[in-house]
Design a protein around this ligand. Structure first.
Ligand SMILES: [Zn+2]
Length: 160
């Protein structure tokens, strides 16, 4: 008979302590990601504003986590914040992302991470007065995401 490990039987821990389904070591991530992707996704770096691939994109589609492929945001919730990073007023679904309080810059910010692999995506800000349904701005690094356009979803186009 196989041994059942006790660690896996209790799944009800608080969400921010919960282990995400995709777990890799830094070594493994380094092999899978470019240095720039690694610096942002795994070391909570920030790409320079107005330099990313998607800050000004209006292409329809789904934004996936560049580390693990989880679907995180869609173009339907993307809006023009003119802040230099892709901005969304909501994630695709709340459970797709997780939130961590971040005091790194001397002020409290809410860090947004991928709910599936715990990679850093960006931050969420509230109450800035944008004309969106939630008045929230998910300020996300382009390099943390990959846009899968509506044309290629379920179509016959060869995958990247
Ligand atoms: Zn992920």
């Amino acid at each position: 008979m196989s041994v059942i490990h006790g660690m896996d039987t209790n799944q009800n821990s608080k969400s921010y302590l919960q282990q995400t389904p995709v777990q890799r070591t830094d070594e493994q991530w380094r092999e899978e990601l470019t240095p720039e992707e690694f610096a942002v996704l795994r070391q909570a770096g920030t790409e320079r504003p107005f330099t990313g691939e998607y800050w000004n994109s209006h292409t329809k589609g789904v934004y996936q986590c560049r580390a693990c492929g989880a679907e995180l945001f869609t173009s339907n919730e993307k809006f023009d914040s003119h802040c230099g990073w892709p901005s969304f007023f909501a994630p695709l679904a709340e459970e797709r992302v997780r939130y961590i309080r971040d005091r790194a810059m001397g002020m409290e910010r809410i860090e947004v991470r991928c709910g599936q692999c715990d990679s850093h995506l960006g931050h969420v800000f509230e109450g800035e007065g944008y004309d969106t349904p939630t008045d929230q701005r998910y300020c996300i690094n382009s390099v943390s995401m990959r846009l899968v356009t509506d044309d290629s979803v379920g179509g016959d186009t060869p995958a990247n």
